[in-house]
Design a binder for this molecule. Structure first.
Ligand code: HEM
Length: 169
């Protein structure tokens, strides 16, 4: 009886893994057309350091030793983050595909967890954090709670590709 239960649980976990790995993200957010308040064309790539302000969608790479983890993070996190530059400094917004699968996204700096503010834009729930300009160049440590199957916090890194920063506002 115990063996049967273990087998059933193993099958459920295996099926969940397959379902999770084949789930589809509606690809990256489509940036709007038009012009920003400083007259720049939206949906074009800019050097974020060249301008005083701007909101940019930036693709990133997921960094983790776990093949499974990389695949999950790529499926369940929207493949672009938003970097905002203003007089107040820099902000980074990370968007999730399904809040019933994952939530409580945090950044981790050393031993410290940084909690962001919750946002909803481009049709996704997200978490926005204040970050330094330097942090945007390195691997950013992300922690989040996975409520489905894993039922625990997990960690992975993201490395932004700032050469592909597309202006959205
Ligand atoms: C149905 C949903 C999910 C299933 C069945 C699942 C399953 C698993 C399993 C079996 C592992 C261990 C694999 C290993 O040791 O290499 C794992 C690790 C991992 N998962 Fe998930 N996962 C799910 C959802 C997610 C989501 C939504 C994320 C992130 C957005 C995620 C991120 C990770 C990461 C980064 C690891 C490697 C680090 C760690 O073990 O904490 N997973 N997952």
């Amino acid at each position: 009886m115990k063996k049967l239960l273990v087998a059933v649980v193993a099958v459920i976990v295996a099926l969940s893994c397959v379902a999770a790995m084949t789930a589809c993200v509606d690809d990256a957010i489509e940036p709007p057309e038009g012009y920003s308040v400083d007259g720049r064309k939206l949906n074009e790539i800019y050097d974020i350091d060249e301008y005083e302000r701007g909101e940019y969608l930036v693709p990133y790479e997921v960094i983790t030793d776990s093949f499974m983890g990389k695949s999950m993070a790529e499926k369940y996190c929207v493949p672009t983050v938003k970097v905002t530059k203003s007089d107040d400094g820099f902000k980074l917004a990370i968007y999730i595909v399904d809040p019933s699968v994952m939530n409580n996204v945090r950044l981790v700096e050393g031993e410290t967890e940084i909690h962001g503010s919750e946002v909803n834009e481009f049709g996704y729930d997200g978490y926005e954090f204040e970050v330094s300009r330097d942090a945007l160049d390195g691997e950013i440590a992300v922690r989040l709670f996975v409520s489905m199957v894993m039922n625990r916090d997990t960690n992975f890194g993201i490395k932004l590709d700032l050469t592909q920063a597309k202006l959205v506002a």
